[in-house]
Ligand binder design. Structure first.
Ligand code: ZN
Length: 97
């Protein structure tokens, strides 16, 4: 994985395992590929007060925390590679905030 500097492979394996376990525990669905840059690293934006597991999931880059207040205009997913937001109701919303 490009961009990694400090973590060794063993560490990556442990984090990978934790990411998969957390994603399963939280029932996360995989977002569509980013229409802006093509990256598959898109993350669902989760609203509401996050619990411990959700905080950890955000730390691991599995989700984005959207804050406590559900905003009707907010996008469903954000791209972890380029930061584009969108995919409201499965449809890409350019520049969605
Ligand atoms: Zn992107």
């Amino acid at each position: 994985m490009p961009g990694r500097t400090s973590a060794g492979r063993e560490q990556d394996g442990v984090v990978d395992f934790e990411r998969r376990a957390l994603a399963r525990a939280l029932g996360l669905r995989k977002g569509p590929a980013c229409p802006a840059c093509g990256s598959a690293d898109t993350r669902p934006i989760v609203f509401g007060l996050p619990g411990e597991r959700l905080f950890r999931a955000a730390e691991l880059g599995l989700v984005e925390l959207g804050g406590c207040c559900l905003d009707d205009a907010a996008p469903d997913f954000r791209c972890g590679a380029c930061g584009a937001g969108g995919w409201r109701d499965g449809r890409y919303v350019p520049g969605g905030e």
